[in-house]
Design a binder for this molecule. Structure first.
Ligand code: HPA
Length: 265
């Protein structure tokens, strides 16, 4: 059991959430939908990465979303902050220790298909790891050989599709490609990623999915599209745009995640 697990267990008392949600850039306000939250700063949780970039606070919210007990992680550490692909390992390991079974990972991403405009939400059905890094490098014994064939859980995807339909939210679907960042991609890199069959590009999520599968969690991924990829229709993405466009999707994300929680078991 990690030291953070012990601390969180003490604070959670009788709460035993089975669902956790990681909130990506500018989606932090989704956490405000949690009723009667217990709030714990990442600073107080040993090993948790304290986010150093704007658009990410670092706080755990424990409480109810649509009446279901959830743990919301507001903010993440990115591999580009420290050159460490395993920066989120203590978080994911702690979630597993706590008995979380389902993890929904959200992010802000650039679109690789012009018809998927900023403000859209994309269900991640698969990913491409273009970073050259892996959070399981150095893993003891054979624990690193994690199958990634069905990394994104089919049942969670079905539940999210139903939730989107019930809320009349158009849910796009596609493959997410991880570029390490923090610089944005070049137009040539974007064209390459399009050629590979990817639909969205971003700087997070993939290492968290790999870690979550290592620790046996079922995973779903949701991208909020904040911009077109570099060069598409002349796009030149910036962090400012990511933040300002990401915030606009908060309302739809709250509806989608709340509806998902209603049906979560
Ligand atoms: N590229 C990488 N990461 C991103 C983007 C992008 O275009 N938009 C939001 N996060």
């Amino acid at each position: 059991m990690t030291p953070a697990t012990r601390l969180l267990k003490d604070r959670l008392g009788a709460q035993s959430p089975k669902v956790a949600i990681i909130l990506g850039s500018s989606l932090g306000p989704v956490a405000d939908a949690v009723t009667a939250p217990l709030r714990i700063s990442y600073k107080d949780l040993p090993g948790f990465p304290v986010p150093r970039i704007s658009g990410h606070s670092g706080e755990v919210f424990a409480g109810a979303l649509a009446g279901k007990s959830v743990l919301i992680l507001r903010g993440r550490g990115h591999p580009y902050e420290q050159g460490d692909a395993a920066i989120m390992r203590p978080v994911i390991e702690t979630l597993a220790d706590l008995g979380i079974m389902q993890l929904i990972i959200t992010n802000a991403a650039g679109s690789l298909i012009p018809s998927m405009r900023p403000g859209s939400i994309m269900l991640i059905t698969d990913h491409i790891n273009f970073s050259g890094m892996n959070p399981l490098i150095g893993e003891a014994a054979d624990h690193g050989f994690v199958p990634m064939t069905a990394a994104y859980d089919g049942r969670l995807a079905t539940a999210l599709r139903s939730a989107a339909q019930a809320e009349k939210i158009r849910l796009h679907e596609g493959t997410y490609v991880w570029f390490c960042g923090p610089s944005f991609e070049t137009p040539a890199e974007i064209r390459m990623a399009q050629g590979w069959g990817a639909h969205a590009v971003g700087m997070s999520t993939v290492p968290e999915v790999i870690l979550a599968r290592r620790f046996g969690l079922r995973v779903a991924g949701l991208s909020v599209i904040t911009n077109l990829g570099a060069g598409i229709e002349g796009a030149s993405p910036s962090h400012g745009e990511t933040k300002s466009e990401g915030v606009k999707a908060v309302g739809d994300m709250v509806k989608l995640l709340s509806r998902f929680c209603v049906g979560a078991t």
